[in-house]
Design a protein around this ligand. Structure first.
Ligand SMILES: *Cc1c(COP(=O)(O)O)cnc(C)c1O
Length: 420
């Protein structure tokens, strides 16, 4: 997979841009646009990089479902043997519908409801990542009433100082997440005393799109220190969950390879018996997907030229939300001259842009691919402007599978009623 693009299975050939062996033009013809297209080989390669780096030690890679929760994607990871990190009962239902193993599911999130706790206990998940004292008490009560024992890990906030690591692009988690370190010991003692809870592990997750592994190593050192203090009190943990967060290349970022990211963590854990859990999202799916869109109109202007495309901020929110950069490539190469375009959608907001100032040789009706759109793309899409959400396709070699049909407008308001 030697691609000039950040998406490793994307290539330019006589049929234009192809993902694996499927021309994107053929997907647009079969399924219309906008359509998210994911590469099974790229998903698998990203997962296998973790699997290979972790070979030889007890470990479980729990794919963070919120990055891309399509059932096709989840089923691919389930087949590869992945576990799942969920943040809602809805995500648990998706994992089970996709054939995922509840016994490999960890449940994160600061606001778990009673109903979600019951659902997860019924399913028999691997662990609840508990984020507060109040949640611990509620979980103990819910499990006790069901006659079950809930496996728990505390999600601790290792308070790794972001100022010492200015190269973390997204900074660290605010206090909303996790349990402060000084509270953790007392909470573990409390959990160990509650008969409806089983202390299983410890977790942390310090941020997203991390381009350097150093802060995670620092967090891991603090977590291990706590694990040893707990063991000294007779509270023995089975697993250490170091969360997700490894970044990807969108433009010119240089995140470490998975093996290099994990090497210092594995060195820290060498000789230890605890299972290592990880919760990667973006680094498993981000560069496995593109958003395929068609140019509706070209609007040349005095100051700027606009390419109005049929995808919009409701389909891919990251540019409007974070000013995020996605590479834009024309599916069919045309001879120059190229012009510089603002790539914008049809939504009635000036903030509705997908990319600024991109040099492209294109005509109306041409297809564009927005790269690195596999994570937090479709998952964050909405129906703003009563726009139906995109179709989703997974390619596998020369085959393609429609894994989500394009919505139709009737579905959008089927649950609504005009006043009698
Ligand atoms: C979002 C999230 C992840 C995944 O983060 P990525 O940056 O996509 O790897 C993992 N764990 C938790 C608790 C999260 O909230």
């Amino acid at each position: 997979m030697n691609s000039p693009f950040p998406v490793p299975t994307l290539s330019q050939g006589p049929a234009g841009l192809s993902l694996e062996d499927v021309p994107l033009a053929a997907i647009a013809q079969a399924h219309g646009t906008p359509t998210y297209v994911y590469s099974l080989a790229a998903l698998s390669a990203a997962y296998n990089a973790y699997r290979d780096a972790l070979a030889g030690r007890p470990a479980l890679v729990c794919y963070a479902v919120k990055a891309n929760s399509n059932l096709g994607v989840l089923s691919a990871f389930a087949r590869l043997g992945a576990g799942f990190d969920i943040v809602s009962g809805g995500e648990l239902a998706r994992v089970l519908a996709a054939g995922g193993d509840a016994g490999k599911v960890v449940f994160s999130g600061v606001g778990k409801s009673v109903a979600e706790m019951r659902q997860a206990l019924d399913a028999g998940i691997r662990c609840f990542n508990v984020e507060s004292a109040a949640e611990l008490e509620r979980l103990a009560e819910v499990a006790g009433a069901m006659g079950k024992i809930a496996p728990i890990a505390l999600r601790v906030n290792p308070d790794v100082d972001p100022k010492t690591h200015p190269y973390i692009s997204t900074g660290l988690r605010s206090n909303k997440f996790g349990v402060a370190f000084d509270e953790a010991l007392a909470l573990y003692r409390r959990a160990a005393a509650l008969p409806s809870l089983r202390v299983a592990g410890i977790g942390c997750h310090i941020g997203s799109q991390l381009l350097d592994g150093a802060p995670v190593v620092e967090a891991a050192e603090k977590v291990l220190d706590l694990v040893d203090r707990l063991a000294a009190e007779g509270i023995v943990l089975d697993h250490i969950d170091l969360g997700g967060g490894l970044g990807i290349r969108y433009r010119d970022e240089t995140p470490p390879a998975v093996a290099d990211y994990l090497a210092p963590l594995l060195a820290l854990l060498a000789g230890r018996r605890e299972e290592l859990l990880l919760e990667p999202g973006r680094s498993l799916v981000g560069n496995a997907g593109v958003l395929l869109t068609r140019i509706e109109y070209l609007k040349p202007g005095v100051e700027k030229n606009f390419a109005v495309v049929d995808a919009a901020m409701n389909d891919l929110a990251r540019p409007a939300l974070y000013d995020a950069w996605h590479e834009v490539v024309a599916v069919a190469q045309r001879p120059a001259p190229a012009r510089r375009y603002e790539i914008v959608g049809p939504i009635c907001e000036s903030g509705d842009f997908l990319a600024h100032d991109r040099e492209l040789a294109v005509e109306p009706g041409d297809l564009l691919a927005l790269l690195s759109a596999g994570a937090y793309g479709m998952a964050m899409s909405s129906n703003y402007n009563t726009r139906t959400r995109a179709a989703e396709v997974i390619v596998d070699g020369a085959r393609s599978h429609l894994v989500r049909a394009r919505e139709n407008v009737e579905q959008l308001f089927a649950a609504e009623r005009p006043l009698g």
